[in-house]
Design a protein around this ligand. Sequence first.
Ligand SMILES: C[S@@+](CC[C@H](N)C(=O)[O-])C[C@H]1O[C@@H](n2cnc3c(N)ncnc32)[C@H](O)[C@@H]1O
Ligand code: SF4
Length: 352
Amino acid sequence: MILYLHIPFCDSKCFYCSFCSYTDKNNLKEVYLEAILRQFEREEKRFNISEKSITSFFTGGGTPSTFSPSLLSFFIKKITHYLISNAEMTIEANPNSATFEWLLGMRELGFNRISFGVQSFNDEKLKFLGRAHNQKQALEAVENAWRVGFKNISIDLIYNTKCDNKKLLLEDITIASALPINHLSAYSLTIEKNTKFYKIQNAQKESLYLAKYVINLLKDNGFLCYEISNFSRGYECFHNKGYWQHDDYIGIGCGAVGFYKNKRFYPSRNLEEYIKNPLLDKVENLSDEELLFEKIFLSLRSNTGLEFAKLPFDIAKKADILLKEKKCVMKNGRFYNTNFFLADEMALFLTS
Ligand SMILES: C[S@@+](CC[C@H](N)C(=O)[O-])C[C@H]1O[C@@H](n2cnc3c(N)ncnc32)[C@H](O)[C@@H]1O
Ligand code: SF4
């Protein structure tokens, strides 16, 4: 079982972002803490959590670095006895708010992995994206994280924006590669509804050529692609792999999502509504066919693979065609995609 906690507070709203986050409700942090503690108490029973059964805990956002170590410590106390002794504990952070003291506080709370939303090291591109930090702050934040003892550090980059070209991406990846990080996520910009970019023309430069350039450059610098947007230089994120393998996950917070057996739980994305009643959520029931199709889509986008023997006969027959065409490979009874760019196309072929 894995656990996700959502912190829906941000210092400012980036122009591309549609995540559940608020920039003007900092006065609600304490009552939010009370609400997440209440929701967790309900999930303890609903998910039937037993001692030492949670293998990873991920705190994401929004911006967790807007939440103080002392506030977060109340939640950590509540979950500690459920965590296995070497649980992966990841916290997301933004370079402008992850101060040395905050990073130290997170280490003291037990976090052993940190993921920074860097997006780029180019100050012009950072401005274009509406980010609240610059290159200098990003470099300092990663170096400080290393200094306080984080050995598993990841950064997020965004590419395929209007600003991107080979020269800029080469600079971004060269700078990233010199940092003490063992993981990198590189996302192709998507234009989401209700964002500033949705209203302007040409923020995105959708280019398969640049995407392949990024992947090859990362490979040359020792970052291997283990999911369409995730790259490991010696460390694959255990928590993410849990999602792709359809493990059960507890989702705590406004805008978080939980998954148990064949059900998904969606607490409110409205902060005031969530605080008022953190136990209220929408429940989605998934059929066996929906679960199987999801599993196929997720596993073809990553190196988690699919157990061949468990595939229904008609899908296994089509999978066999992909094996014969050398688009996929079999290892120890599992079926793996070798080209993540074709993942969605292959998944459609298998499921239609
Ligand atoms: C949960 S988000 C937020 C993390 C953190 N608040 C931050 O922005 O620094 C994780 C990552 O998703 C990526 N992301 C968010 N919206 C995106 C979009 N529209 N297109 C591509 N990547 C996006 C960004 O790289 C971001 O760092
Ligand atoms: S990208 Fe991150 S920092 Fe920016 S608004 Fe979204 S959640 Fe907040």
